[in-house]
Design a protein around this ligand. Structure first.
Ligand code: ADP
Ligand code: MG
Length: 331
């Protein structure tokens, strides 16, 4: 059984923005999945939906099975427990997620007291151990958030995410607010902790190069859909979808936050989710679009070992007769 199975997930915000439009994903225990895509493609919406963190009034349909249990059908008490002990999330900009008037050690200890039913002394001891795991001295427990640097605060957030031994960590652009040197340290820290403890990871970043280095698999999102998915290195080095290609070409092969612009050679922006183009949503920007792409929507299909892509130019690669026919009929 998968640790996480997302089936046909759709998310529509109150204003009508269809931010996630039919996502299917699965993640095995201990597996690391990267999710990439330009700003506005629905990555954060997907992450927030996984733990029911979306604003009220947002319509969410489909299934999110975490250890076989549907998150969308859980009672609130169960959701709150799952947020710590099942899957926990690390956001960017930790300053906003930490409480300014409480010592960081107490903030780490709180969920341990609440969800692990630890004694105050036990929770305090565990908080100190967690701080050491994320590379901070245990004595930092008595600091207030403003006494820490941005990188140290993000380390505290990671300690909090690990506090109740979740099986899955979701990291949504965890280093975007930090400077470049610190970014690499924090990403390596997350990757190291996840590997050592055999946790599953969903790492969201606009930086494909970082994801290719740290993740097993890579999913590329465009306009609320996964348009390509496969082994991370292969997707990065040899994307099948024109959007995946444009995205990977846009990244210099070093981690550079300045590369957060639209992919090179790919003008324009992702569509407004209130009015997604007909057919393949990428067709208005696609350098290899056919006339038919403005009408024919494309579903993800098997495209070789462990790879899937949603493009008219990608043929079913399972060796099925119709796929062979399609391939040989192409000029
Ligand atoms: P990403 O994380 O890939 O940048 P998001 O999931 O944040 O993308 O956003 C996807 C789309 O949903 C964007 O067009 C964004 O403007 C829209 N959106 C995000 N949050 C809300 C909200 N609370 N209400 C309405 N639209 C939203
Ligand atoms: Mg985001």
């Amino acid at each position: 059984m998968s640790l996480l199975d997302v089936r046909n997930l759709e998310v529509t915000y109150p204003g009508g923005a269809a931010a996630v439009r039919g996502v299917n994903l699965s993640l095995a225990a201990g597996e690391k999945l990267g999710i990439a895509g330009e700003s506005g493609c629905g990555k954060s919406t997907l992450a927030l939906a996984l733990l029911r963190l979306l604003p009220s009034g947002t319509r969410v349909t489909g299934e999110i099975l975490l250890n076989g249990e549907d998150v969308l059908a859980m009672k609130w008490g169960r959701v709150r427990a799952v947020r710590w002990a099942g899957a926990s999330i690390v956001f960017q900009g930790a300053m906003h997620s930490l409480n300014a008037v409480h010592r960081v050690g107490d903030q780490i200890a709180e969920p341990i007291l609440l969800h692990r039913k630890a004694t105050p002394a036990g929770a305090k001891k565990r908080a100190g151990e967690l701080l050491e795991q994320v590379g901070l001295p245990a004595a930092r427990a008595s600091s207030y958030p403003h006494e820490l640097s941005g990188g140290q605060r993000q380390r505290v957030m990671i300690a909090m995410a690990l506090a109740c031994d979740p099986g899955l960590i979701i990291a949504d652009e965890p280093t975007t607010a930090l400077d470049v040197m610190i970014q690499a340290q924090i990403l390596r820290l997350i990757e190291g902790l996840v590997s050592d403890q055999d946790l599953a990871l969903i790492m969201i970043s606009h930086d494909l190069a970082v994801l290719a280095d740290t993740c097993d698999r890579l999913a590329v999102m465009y306009a609320g859909r996964v348009v390509e998915e496969g082994p991370a290195r292969q997707v990065y080095d040899d994307a099948l979808h024109p959007y995946g290609k444009a995205l990977s070409e846009a990244f210099p092969r070093i981690g550079d936050p300045a590369s957060r612009f639209a992919p090179r050679g790919l003008p324009g922006d992702p569509p407004d989710p209130v009015s997604v183009p007909s057919g393949c949503a990428f067709h208005p920007r696609c350098p290899v679009a056919l006339d038919s792409c403005s009408q024919d929507d494309q579903a993800l299909r098997e495209a070789g070992a462990g790879r899937r892509a949603a493009c008219v130019h990608v043929y079913e690669a399972s060796g099925a007769p119709e796929a062979e026919a399609a391939r040989s009929s192409t000029p």
